[in-house]
Structures are given as C-alpha cells and as structure tokens.
Design a protein around this ligand. Structure first.
Ligand code: FAD
Ligand code: DLZ
Ligand code: SF4
Length: 516
C-alpha cells in the first residue's frame, strides 16, 4: 500500500471530559482508532472553579485515570495529562491548543459538556482559534434537547409528573400495554415513612483502593490540602466494573425498602436505603437506562415492590432528565435568579458543621465525611434552612456544587435554585419547600438529641426552624400571600395575637443575628 504523506496528521483529537467516562460516548462513535487520539486532562481550572470536596476530586481523577486505561485496553491511543505534568496547561482550551500544535492536528471532536460554562468557553475558543470543533449531543440521556424544548413549548407550567409520563412511554419502563404498571403512574403516596434505628441498614458497597487511587489520594491531599471534606474513608467505585457491582448491591440489599424510607433521616445512618449511585451515573460509569432496566427487572422477578421500583425509576427518567431540560432551557442567567432578593452570606457552619442544630450538624458532617447527603437532607435541612434564613441563593448554589461527589451544575442548579430555594419564583414547585421543625421531627431522630426544643415555638431554647418559618413567610408576604397553597399558613398567621406574632419575629431576628 502506498502511503500518501499529507502536511498535517490526518487524525482528530477526541476530547473526553472527566464526567464523560463512557465507552458509548457520542464523541467516540465513528472514530478511527488507528488515527484519532483521545485526549483526557486533569486541569486546574476544572478542579477549582468551585472549591470541590477532596473526595469528589479524588473520585473523579481516579475514575478518569482508570477510564484512560480502559480506553487503551479497547485499542484507543490516549494522551492523558496528569495534574502535575510539565505539559499541563491548566485549562481545557489551552491544553487543546497545545495538543493540536504538537500533534499537528486541526480537528477536535467532543461530546457537549454538561455545564454551560465549559460549553461556552470551548465554543468561544474554537471560534477564536479557527479550529474545527465537532461538538456532539450527549446521547447518554433519555430526553434530547429538542424533545425537551418541544415538550416545554407553549406550556404554562412545566410539571415534572407529565414529563415523567412521556419518558415512561418513550422508554416502555413499567408500561403494560398502553397503561402504567399497576394502574397508577406514581406510587409516592405509599412512600415517605419515618425510619427507626433498629431497622436492618444496608450499606453501600465498599471498594478496596488500588495503586491508582492511592496516588490520587496523595495528590489531592497535597494539592488541595485546604479544600473542604475528608478523603478518608475512601471506598467509592472508580471503574465501570465496580459501579455495576454497586448497582447490583443496591438492588439486592436496599431497593425493596427504597420507597418506604426515601424521605427518612437518621443521625447515624447517612445512606439509609438510597442507592448512592448518582456520582457514578453523572460521571458516566453507569447509564441511566441500564440502571432503570435492572431495577425494573427486580420488580418483575418479584424481588422488589412496585412503590420502590416506580419511585426509583421516577427519580432517574423523571427528575434527573427533567432538571437537565430545565437547566438548558434557563441558562445562562439561571444561577443568579434571586426571587426573594436574599442577600445573607452563607453561615460559616456550612463548612464546619459546628452548629447546635442537630439536623444541620448531621447533614453537614455527613457531607464532609462522604461528599454525600441524601435528597431530603439537601432539600429539607440545609436547603430549607438557607431559604428560611434568606441566604444568597448563588452562594448556596456554589456550596452545593462544591461539596457533593455527584454535583455538576446541570443537575445541581435546578435542584438548588429552583426546587430548594424557589429562587426562580416557582418553575419546579407550586410553593416553596419551607418547613418548620415539625417536619424534621416527624421524618428523623435528630430532634431527640438536639439542644433546641422542637416543640418550643419562640425564645432562646426554641428550634430555630420554628420562628424562621414564620419570619420567612411574613418577610416575603408580597410574593407568597397570593399562593393558594399557602393560604392556610397565612390565615393561621392572621389569627395569631400580635404578641405571638411579635415573639416569632423577635425570636427569628435573634437567630439571624447569631448567624456568622
Ligand atoms: P437515590 O435517592 O438513590 O436516587 C436515585 C437516583 O435518582 C440518584 O442517583 C439520581 O441520579 C436521581 N435523582 C434523585 N433525585 C433527583 C433530583 N432531584 N434531581 C436529579 N436526579 C435525581 N443530584 C445530583 O445528581 N447532583 C447534584 O448536584 C444534586 N444536588 C442537589 C441539591 C439539592 C438542594 C437537592 C434537593 C437535590 C440535589 N440532587 C442532586 C438530587 C438528589 O438529592 C441526588 O441525586 C441524590 O441524593 C443522590 O444520591 P443517591 O444516588 O443515593 O440517590
Ligand atoms: C469536575 C471536574 C474536575 C474536578 N476536574 C476535571 C478535570 O480535571 N478534567 C476534566 O476534563 N473534567 C473535570 N471535571 C469535570 C468537568 O468540570 C465537567 O466536564 C464540566 O463541568 C461539564 O459538566
Ligand atoms: Fe433541627 Fe430543630 Fe430538630 Fe434541632 S430541634 S434537630 S434544629 S429541627
């Protein structure tokens, strides 16, 4: 065969990002393993655009390094840039510029980044540099951008429940003929039970660390010494193989009770019956449909009840797909939405867990130790407190984006800005998720050991959530009083004596004055 030499190398550079660790990635489709080079890079900019939890950094760098090895085993040529390499340029655009120059290539292929920030930066760079950038749709989601836009178009309310039904029909998950399995689309009414400490508690699967993970742990400890969070214990899966075993472990040990105890909180049980799979799913080690099909099979095999299986599948093809659609519909201004004009800085205890509020201390310590807190802790404890106290939603958003191993803006921002803070005025929820201590007491064991008294409404010993709840409603009455779902609360307030109202407001002022 005669080889024709061209002036430039004929292959393309395929950029694979840290949360694109999937062999099925659209960027790899149709590529030529003999000519194309996969580029993966640990860069300072991605590692520091928020001060990520140490465990999140270690998880992602180790998973990236393992994925590079897998790609090589699959026959790809991989150029992997370590954080400490001399040739590391610090940002993805600068690294691309450098790699194109040294390899004498001119074309870049990639799957679209999950975050607006990076997508914009790469598109702007490519345009300015005159580089041919083939940015492909991320096919690892059930719903395409076009499908979401056409679903959202012309609707006054973007209700997750209706979107979810479309996704059930599209995927055929738990569909029997044309109807939902069991006759209902949603079995949430059977969920939401509080949990007792003496229940059997499954634990997520712990994976022994290998030499790659040990190296990464040392790197993170040195380079990110001041970042929030504990590196130890480190037991996360960092390969697809182990993530699949974690899925299997969840299905066998926790799925049957996932629905029942989905909203429960226990001080000594951070994980309860949750799957702890979001970090694997969001990094690309697992695929949403493969998870849902495995969980669906557990129902048809008689291994898990419908309320658990439907509830679980709804989180993934419902909520997860829905929040992604909302994110892309609303960016770029979305993360600065501030409906209540809340300006208070984030209290220091969000970084230290040093607070007498037992529920907040538990949620934040678990976050520090595991880069994890489950949904209700994020929504009804740390999120609820921030909204009631009038914390700046953008500052809070940056905290959530930093501290969870599963946090990427496309999924975190709608959950924080919209669902937990109502900062967009109510796109995702018909009323703010505001609650007094009563809710936390019903769903957890935290109040039993708290310095504050959940039954006390006002005064120094009262649960801070109690006066803050009323203070929030009254502070924001101009925006919320007309909400039909809050009519009952405002009528209760109106019936209170002036003395009681004053006691609530002055107790709330004392709590807020004490926040540093
Ligand atoms: P499980 O409880 O076992 O749920 C199963 C899966 O469903 C999760 O792994 C996740 O992929 C999906 N899921 C569940 N609820 C949601 C939801 N509301 N939005 C999107 N996916 C969902 N999830 C993230 O993946 N990243 C985030 O940064 C993130 N930030 C959040 C911030 C706030 C304020 C709130 C209220 C929720 C946030 N969530 C986020 C959603 C949810 O809390 C996490 O997905 C879940 O706690 C991850 O733990 P798990 O894997 O054990 O989930
Ligand atoms: C989150 C993250 C971190 C901490 N580090 C890197 C990195 O060094 N290199 C990389 O390619 N990706 C990293 N990521 C993931 C990106 O931030 C992610 O791809 C974008 O935020 C888009 O979702
Ligand atoms: Fe939280 Fe209030 Fe209960 Fe204490 S009493 S744990 S602050 S809800």
């Amino acid at each position: 065969m005669i080889e024709i030499k061209t002036a430039r190398a004929s292959g393309r550079l395929i950029l694979v990002l840290g949360d694109q660790l999937s062999l099925t990635l659209s960027a790899l489709q149709g590529a030529n393993k003999a000519q194309d080079v996969v580029l993966m890079a640990e860069v300072a900019e991605e590692a520091s655009y928020v001060p990520h939890h140490k465990k999140k950094l270690a998880f992602l760098f180790s998973a990236m390094r393992h994925h590079a090895d897998l790609l090589r085993r699959e026959g790809w040529t991989v150029r992997y840039i370590h954080l400490d390499d001399d040739s590391n340029k610090g940002t993805l655009p600068d690294q691309l510029r450098h790699e194109l120059a040294v390899s004498d290539r001119s074309q870049v292929v990639m799957t679209e980044p999950g975050e607006y920030r990076l997508r914009r930066a790469l598109l702007d760079w490519a345009e300015a540099a005159g580089v041919a950038l083939d940015m492909r749709e991320d096919t690892r989601f059930v719903c395409t951008h076009a499908e979401f836009q056409s679903w959202a178009q012309g609707r006054k309310q973007l209700r997750m429940e209706y979107f979810y039904r479309e996704m059930r029909r599209k995927t055929g998950l738990l569909i029997n003929g044309d109807a939902p399995e069991g006759g209902k689309w949603n079995y949430d009414a059977e969920n939401r039970k509080p949990a007792k400490g003496d229940l059997f508690m499954p634990q997520p699967r712990h994976v022994p660390r290998d030499a790659i993970t040990e190296d990464v742990l040392a790197l993170v400890e040195t380079r990110f010494a001041k970042n929030f969070g504990s590196l130890e214990p480190f037991w996360l899966a960092v390969t697809r193989e182990d993530a699949l075993l974690a899925l299997e472990h969840f299905v066998q040990t926790a799925l049957p009770l996932f629905g029942d105890y989905q909203d429960a909180m226990l001080t000594d049980e951070p994980f309860l019956y949750h799957s702890v799979l979001a970090q694997y799913l969001n990094a690309g080690l697992l695929d949403p449909l493969e998870i849902c099909r495995r969980v669906e099979r557990a129902y048809y095999d008689g291994d898990a009840p419908l309320n658990a299986v439907e509830g679980y599948i709804r989180q993934i093809i419902g909520w997860r797909e829905y929040v992604r659609g909302i994110y892309w519909l609303k960016m770029p201004d979305y993360t600065h939405a501030n409906y209540f004009d809340a300006k208070r800085p984030l209290p220091a205890f969000y970084w230290t867990a040093q607070t007498d509020m037992a529920c907040m201390s538990a949620a934040i310590s678990q976050t520090r130790d595991h880069a994890y807190a489950h949904h209700i802790q994020r929504l009804m404890v740390t999120g609820n407190f921030a909204m009631l106290a009038g914390i700046d939603p953008h500052e809070l958003h940056e905290w959530y984006l930093a501290v969870y191993a599963d946090a990427y803006e496309w999924v975190e921002a709608p959950n924080v800005i919209s669902m937990s803070q109502f900062a967009d005025g109510g796109l995702l929820a018909s009323k703010p998720y505001a609650a007094s201590g009563n809710y936390i007491n019903k769903m957890s064991d935290h109040c039993q050991t708290c310095r504050y008294d959940v039954k006390q409404k006002t005064g120094p010993g009262a649960c801070p959530f109690n006066p803050l709840y009323w203070d929030f409603l009254i502070r924001n009455a101009d925006k919320l009083r007309g909400n039909p779902r809050l009519g009952h609360a405002y009528r209760t307030w109106d019936r209170m004596s002036e003395e009681k109202q004053h006691a609530y407001r002055s107790s709330a002022a004392a709590v807020l004055d004490g926040l540093t």
